[in-house]
Write a protein that binds this ligand. Structure first.
Ligand code: SAM
Length: 305
């Protein structure tokens, strides 16, 4: 027997209605190239909810009792593709220039905290990559600045992931609860580990059966939380924001709003990293592009509101 939703025909007007609701809810924009995807996911939800009319489903979505279903629909519409060490050129720029400079500035100011927001973190590979890179950089700085007399004694003691007195906090947020649960679990298959060198696997993962589990010391540096970028809630005073491969699903108006929001979440002179197919050019005057060896980042112009 065929399920009721298979027979449902969705009109263009109905799709437009849904498009507007999704846009209002989370900023995702479905242009002509992506309406087929929207329709496909809508039919799936109708089937799962055993509904045979678009309007009954739409009425559910806009009702107070329909909040959970609206979240489920949005989860079905997100693209969660990600990987460890994604966009190596950009991560080199991050580690060798931006982070290096930040560490030196912070040492001078005697402020030993590093705060980064991974906005749209998907299944966690991005924030965990950041912890690994920061831990390596801090260990390197620590080693270079130790007085020679202490190095022998310290080398005997087990090394903490983040050397004292540094404090590293990564806020990793997403709109999709399923990916957040996956990220929190921190368990990855061999396929997902393709871009992770063995030196990183050895230091930052435990092998459990066929899978790799991120070590607790790395996990403890990341705070996963639900956050809808469409809302005005502003996580404050971040040194950097990684929002990669998220804005490409928003229209220009929403991208502009988001960049202004990010400007308010950063410390003066803070940085934004976006995906390699994304750009802030034309969206804002508040950031200036930094480019090195094919890696790009955007630096907040000090004094800009
Ligand atoms: C393609 S993944 C990018 C993951 C990672 N940043 C990377 O570049 O590898 C996009 C993520 O953005 C999330 N997302 C989409 N719209 C969002 C919104 N309005 N608020 C928060 N997260 C959102 C999706 O759930 C998805 O996990």
């Amino acid at each position: 027997m065929s399920s009721p939703a298979l027979a449902v025909q969705i009109s263009e007007a109905e799709l437009k209605l849904l498009q507007a609701l999704v846009y209002q809810e989370c900023g995702m924009h479905f242009d002509a190239r992506r309406t087929h995807f929207l329709q496909d996911r809508l039919l799936r939800r109708l089937r799962d909810c055993q509904m045979d009319s678009f309007y009954s489903y739409y009425r559910l979505l806009i009702s107070a009792q329909g909040r959970d279903e609206l979240s489920r629909l949005v989860e079905n519409l997100t693209v969660n593709e990600t990987s460890f060490f994604r966009n190596k050129a950009q991560l080199d720029l991050f580690q060798k220039h931006v982070l290096d400079e930040l560490i030196l500035q912070k040492i001078q100011r005697r402020d030993f905290s590093i705060r980064i927001w991974s906005a749209g973190c998907s299944t966690g590979q991005e924030p965990y990559t950041l912890v690994m890179l920061i831990a390596d950089s801090l260990a390197y700085h620590h080693l270079r600045t130790l007085p020679p007399s202490t190095s022998a004694a310290i080398s005997m003691a087990p090394k903490p992931l983040i050397p004292e007195p540094w404090k590293v906090e990564i806020l990793a947020s997403d709109i999709n609860y399923s990916v957040l649960r996956y990220a929190q679990e921190g368990t990855y298959t061999e396929n997902q580990m393709g871009s992770v060198d063995y030196s990183y696997r050895l230091r930052y993962f435990d092998k459990v059966g066929e899978r790799y589990v991120i070590k607790n010391a790395v996990k403890d540096r990341v705070h996963f939380d639900f956050h809808n970028l469409k809302t005005e809630f502003l996580p404050q005073r971040h040194d950097m924001i990684f929002c990669r491969n998220v804005m490409m699903y928003f229209d220009e108006a929403e991208q502009k709003r988001l960049v202004n929001k990010f400007a308010r979440c950063l410390v003066p002179g803070g940085y934004i990293f976006v995906g390699h197919a994304e750009s802030l050019l034309g969206l804002t005057e508040k950031f200036t592009m930094v480019y090195r060896n094919s890696g790009t980042a955007y630096r907040h112009v000090e004094g800009a509101p």
